[in-house]
Ligand binder design. Structure first.
Ligand code: HEC
Length: 192
């Protein structure tokens, strides 16, 4: 007669047996073989490469231009041009949203250290490493001049956005909000 204890025993043996077989089956002698793959469609992606041809679009390109009239996030269309008059206008129209808040000055210092220091120097005197090492031949302007001290923040924003003389536009590197932070740092630390 099979007792309850016997049944428990055979279930145990069976479970051990299945587990043993599973372990055996999962061993693979050839370690270079990746094993079975389930859902290979996800493993081998069918996505088009950015610059690859693409039959889905009319112009045959994968990389599509954004729809006309759209603006990337964080980017604000900038209508002022690279002229002295436009610089003056920008100075009159654009307002720095910051007023020397400590954390803004700190962040501005970091950003200045990334985007401006190499040319304008840690003191803002125009003696940055790129210039003093001779790698950048044109002397960067000093930011400590009366001109820059008396310039409204909007004019400096304009210079960062659109460039000035030999200095190129930094619009692609520095988002508008960060430009104001850099200016706040220049005012609070370099102009003191
Ligand atoms: C690759 C070097 C370089 C970098 C980086 C650079 N500048 Fe300049 N900057 C210059 C040069 C050179 C001039 C002077 C251009 C001229 O006189 O033709 C200048 C001029 C300026 C002026 C205008 C001075 C004036 O007389 O009106 C300001 C303001 C200024 N830079 C701020 C900045 C700020 C802020 C940054 C960082 C976001 C920055 N620059 C990054 C090279 C640089």
């Amino acid at each position: 007669m099979t007792t309850f204890a016997d049944m428990k025993k055979s279930i145990k043996t069976l479970t051990l047996g299945v587990a043993f077989l599973a372990i055996l089956a999962s061993c693979d002698k050839n370690r270079n073989h990746p094993g079975y793959s389930y859902f290979p469609d996800m493993e081998q992606s069918q996505a088009y490469e950015t610059y690859a041809e693409n039959p889905v679009w009319k112009d045959g390109k994968t990389n599509q231009l954004p729809p006309e009239g759209t603006v990337p996030r964080e980017m604000i269309p900038y209508d002022f041009e690279k002229t002295d008059v436009n610089r003056t206008w920008a100075g009159q129209e654009l307002e720095n949203p910051y007023h020397g808040e400590t954390e803004i000055v700190e962040r501005g210092k970091e950003l200045y250290g990334i985007y401006c220091i190499n040319c304008h120097g840690d003191k803002g005197d125009g003696k940055g490493f790129l210039y003093t090492s001779g790698k950048y031949p044109y002397p960067p302007a000093t930011l400590l001049s009366d001109k820059i001290r008396n310039n409204p923040d909007g004019e400096i924003f304009h210079v960062i956005t659109i460039g000035f003389g030999m200095m190129g536009s930094h619009a692609a590197q520095v988002i508008p909000d960060d430009r104001w932070k850099i200016i706040t740092y220049i005012r609070q630390e370099l102009h003191q």
